[in-house]
Design a protein. Structure first.
Length: 412
């Protein structure tokens, strides 16, 4: 099959979509269900219709653009990603998988290929957590990972509920209709920029993902006793920040000694009250993110944190409460999809490297209901979520070719 990926048209479309933004170029800001997000969706749907795809949106706004196969009842082979963008982001995160997926379909159409299985292009709603505080909203609901009830209770910073916001966006139907039936997809492949520097360092343009790491996050509150920094003597102290310091080092230690380099733990937020130079810290809030590709290992770190919490609370006579925000299990990519992507690279004489996705993506949630795979392309210096995020047209073209070939294999 001769695949002729139109690099220039794809680059022009990425530029065009980037201009639908609440931030000035080159930055992109596109938050779910804002007028710019709705404009971007309408623009994208028009491009899909031009390509002859049948388009529908579900009640949360996930977009499905379908190329009917010769066996229309067969489970679909899907690709896609997201087009929402955090404030002051770049133009490639998510977009490469969406517009690249569209170009993969168009290049297959031009080649004369006709799929047996339908090929479906997906755009997931609110991959970024910016507005409702939870990422991958669309794919969580599609996969049944989040209940419609929990989703309907979500409220944004301005007090608007998800229900109101999606109503204003013109989305009809009930959230319980979003979950896809078992077996709906035969395969799902997400192409994405790496968002890290590994491929660039290895000087290899394609990464085939074998595992997707998943985070567990905790919010920890430590209550000690405040007081005057001069008047309260050391034996009397129950300093919340000193307890937090011990706990932070224990969290770091638990990840460092897990026995695998895939284990990472980060305390990204430390809020100290009252926050005065001459006042003993009475209260500290910590936010903790623990990730691994292996669930047992990650949960072992979580248990170590729990043990440290109890030991430090007793030793320092402070109260330490912890609240589990989320704990999504990691995912393995499907061997048949990894094989289809690898074969595709070999057919097109493109070197590739197996790798782990250390950020999480909609694919993590899709893996609950479908076999998934991911294809990474490099981004300059590993930069992402910033205006100077960049992927070259050549790398994108290469990725689209490999994606198209793999979709054809799986849909035949
Ligand atoms: Zn993304």
């Amino acid at each position: 099959m001769h695949l002729d990926v139109d690099r220039d048209q794809l680059a022009a479309e990425i530029e065009e979509l980037a201009r639908i933004s609440d931030a000035e170029a080159p930055a992109v800001t596109r938050i779910v269900f804002t007028p710019k997000d709705l404009e971007a969706r309408a623009w994208f749907i028009a491009r899909c219709k031009e390509a002859g795809l049948r388009v529908r949106q579900d009640p949360i706004g996930n977009i499905f653009a379908r190329w009917t196969g010769s066996d229309p009842m067969a489970p679909a082979v899907a690709t896609g990603s997201h087009i929402d963008a955090i404030p002051n982001a770049g133009k490639f995160d998510g977009v490469v998988g969406v517009l690249g997926g569209l170009e993969a379909i168009r290049s297959l159409q031009r080649s004369g290929f006709r799929p047996k299985h339908p090929i479906e292009l997906l755009v997931f709603t609110s991959e970024e957590p910016t507005r409702f505080g939870i990422g991958c909203l669309g794919s969580r609901l599609l996969s049944g990972t989040m209940s419609p009830d929990a989703a309907s209770k979500l409220i944004d910073r301005d007090g608007a509920s998800l229900e109101e916001a999606r109503g204003k966006a013109g989305l009809k139907g009930e959230l319980h209709q979003v979950k896809l039936p078992e077996g709906y997809h035969k395969a799902f492949i997400e192409m994405h920029i790496e968002q890290g520097p590994f491929l660039e360092q290895q000087k290899i343009s394609l990464g085939i993902v074998t595992k997707i790491a998943a985070p567990a996050s905790l919010r920890i509150s430590i209550e000690g006793t405040g007081g005057h920094a001069g008047a309260v003597l050391m034996p009397e102290r129950r300093d919340a920040l000193c307890a937090a310091a011990e706990l932070i080092l224990a969290i770091e230690g638990a990840a460092r000694t897990s026995g695998a380099t895939d284990t990472v733990a980060t305390v990204g937020i430390c809020e100290v009250f009252p926050g005065a130079i001459n006042s003993i810290p009475s209260r500290v809030h910590l936010s903790v993110d623990v990730r691994d590709t292996n669930l047992e290992r990650r949960d072992a770190v979580m248990r170590s944190i729990e043990t440290a919490r109890q030991t430090i609370a007793t030793k320092r006579q402070v109260s330490i409460e912890q609240h589990l925000l989320n704990a999504d299990p990691p995912a393995d990519c499907d061997p048949a999809i990894i094989e289809a992507l690898s074969q595709s690279c070999m057919t097109h004489k493109q070197p590739f490297i197996p790798m782990v996705s250390r950020a999480y993506h909609d694919s993590l949630f899709m893996s609950r209901i479908a076999p998934v795979g991911m294809l990474f392309i490099p981004c300059r210096s590993g930069y992402s979520h910033r205006p100077d995020e960049y992927a070259s047209p050549e790398d994108i073209q290469r990725g689209v070719t490999i994606l198209a070939q793999a979709l054809a294999t799986l849909a035949s």
